[in-house]
Design a protein around this ligand. Sequence first.
Ligand code: FES
Ligand SMILES: [Fe+2]
Length: 348
Amino acid sequence: MFIQNCWYVAAWDIEVPEEGMLARTLLNQPVLLYRDTQGKVVALENRCCHRGAPLHLGRKEGDCVRCMYHGLKFDPSGQCVEVPGQSQVPPKTRIRSYPVVERNRLVWIWMGNAETANPDDILDYFWHDSPQWRMKPGYIHYQANYQLIIDNLLDFSHLAWVHPTTLGTESAAELRPKIERDMNGNGTLTISRWYLDDEMPNLHKKVAQFNGKVDRWQIYQWSPPACLRMDAGSSPVGTGAPEGTRVPLALQFRHTSIQTPETENTSHYWFCQARNFELDDDSLTEKIYQSVVEAFEEDRTMIEAQQKILNLTPDRPFLPIAADAGLNQARWLIDRKLAHEADTENTN
Ligand code: FES
Ligand SMILES: [Fe+2]
């Protein structure tokens, strides 16, 4: 069961080509994404209402798409506008269309009740397209339920064990984060981790213009369904980072991690690591991107293997430890939203 009435990410902007089409399963539903003649993204059910053929095997005709099985043609609202060999097109000859918004280089989609979709609820990821920041967009496909990925992101103690040579330091396992919860809307968790007078992780060492101990931070906000926004960095020790000072030498990053369920046991994952220094150095952009990919492969190996084990006895409970505090709150916020949607459905 998935939350329906939320903005999900369907793609990076560059994944939806000017020509051609992108087929993607989101929340167990087949979705077709393409751009109309103005370049605006259209999202339609990727299932012809005639006999269920996928429309990504069809062809774009102007703003419309034609099913290449028996030729039905659909406009961007999902209405069929042509049935070959038939003079009338009954109004109910249509497929579903989904609200979409392209913002901060992401294509956001609303899979629930279209009347309740409010673009103002889309989270701000300004570092994707701000001239002050630079990033390379990334995507991973996961053979695991999206909540296992959220569990991983909400507990950074795993950095010490899963990422000892990339993102982690030994201190990550011992540190107790501060966790704050804001119940507005779907709820938001803010998790703050400060490592004072600590080592830099290798990812930071590779790009820093200074050596030695640092004060470093990971401050991230997480909101249902699966959106993480993080401020992270390292500053030479004692230069006032915890008090809010960011000296010019300090490394500053903004990180994006967003998941959308594909099916119960598979997920889409969009990520990037933006920086606000040496913006024109393309090789640095690539170096940071590759470092994150390397670290994220370490997560994927563990989480996909975990999913395989869980599949053997899906009803067996987990045993909680202190480090689960953040992920338990995230699961609680997701369950709360799911319960709210179930209640609303029952009263309608
Ligand atoms: S299945 Fe699409 S036109 Fe027949
Ligand atoms: Fe990780």
